[in-house]
Write a protein that binds this ligand. Structure first.
Ligand code: FPP
Length: 293
């Protein structure tokens, strides 16, 4: 069905391209395409398509835990002739929007990769300063957002939080404390986070317990290690989405994604749309998860 639709689409595109070679067609076509009526028609059709997709998705098995590698803020800015900082700013705004869409679907666990240990080593002081300001502003906005409280969202940050500046740690405390009593949804922000570092921290804890005689060698298994992860209180992600065209994991939740479905999309994070989220879930629903069967 999908293949037939694709080939029909290609044929229509070919026909349109051929027709546009004639002035009598191309001139009025340009006028129509640039008119506000055309854009309003297109955005209306897009909205209808997105809503139909949503209706279909909620009939199926939705993922319980979605995690996103938000990538492409700077490329979005540079490709739109904006300053780098504007890309990050739009990225923060996008996160609040996407959180709304995830809540609307009733998906209880949502995790984002907001700052890696590598970012902290490689980005300039100036860029890191801006990012820290955005985390403070974003966490405060989220903590005060009435929708977070009416939907019962608990917010937590995980990573090597000690390495963050005090203003970020204070904003994390404020967001965690303001939402501590909620339990319907869990929103996790990975900050100063590295998957290998998380595994190292877990192994250190296990080694310390073994050395003190509290943990026998034969009791060390994958459940033990999982229980020492920063994310011990949430299920492993069902679906990991990465924006901006890179197809790699970049040290994100290495232990937890052993059986996750991965979805890569070319759109830069600030341009990520509701339809992009739904398409990722659609692709997730079309896969048979096998867990080694
Ligand atoms: C990757 O884009 C994005 C980041 C390093 C930071 C993402 C931060 C936000 C979206 C704000 C989050 C706010 C809160 C409250 C957690 P990039 O800089 O790597 O862009 P590039 O891939 O184009 O270089």
């Amino acid at each position: 069905m999908g293949r037939v639709r694709k080939s029909l689409g290609r044929r229509i595109d070919g026909l349109a391209k051929w027709l546009l070679r004639f002035r009598a067609v191309s001139v009025p076509a340009r006028v129509v395409a640039n008119s506000s009526y055309a854009w309003s028609f297109i955005s209306r059709t897009d909205r209808i398509r997105t809503n139909r997709l949503r209706d279909r998705l909620i009939q199926g098995d939705l993922p319980e835990h979605i995690s996103i590698i938000m990538d492409g803020n700077r490329r979005f800015a540079w490709s739109s002739n904006l300053e780098r900082d504007m890309g990050h700013h739009q990225g923060k705004e996008k996160l609040k929007e996407v959180m709304d869409w995830v809540l609307d679907l009733g998906i209880p666990y949502f995790t984002v990769y907001a700052l890696s240990t590598e970012n902290m080593r490689e980005r300039s002081e100036d860029e890191l300063g801006l990012l820290y300001d955005l985390y403070v502003a974003g966490l405060d906005e989220i903590a005060e957002d009435p929708r977070i409280h009416s939907r019962g969202v608990r917010v937590q940050a995980v990573g090597r939080l000690d390495s963050l500046p005090s203003r970020v740690r204070e904003a994390i405390d404020r967001a965690q404390n303001r939402t501590a009593s909620h339990s319907d949804f869990l929103f996790t922000v990975c900050l100063a986070y590295g998957g290998r570092e998380e595994i190292v921290d877990a192994v250190r804890e296990v080694a310390a317990e073994h050395a003190s005689g509290d943990l026998a060698l034969e009791s060390i298994d994958s459940a033990q290690i999982s229980s020492k992860m920063y994310t011990a209180d949430l299920p492993d992600p069902d679906l990991v989405i990465r924006t901006s065209g890179e197809e790699r994991i970049s040290n994100f939740l290495l232990w937890q994604i052993a059986y996750s479905e991965l979805h890569f999309t070319d759109v830069h994070w600030p341009s990520f749309s509701k339809n992009d989220l739904y398409e990722a879930i659609d692709s997730y629903q079309s896969r048979g998860r096998r867990y080694g069967e």
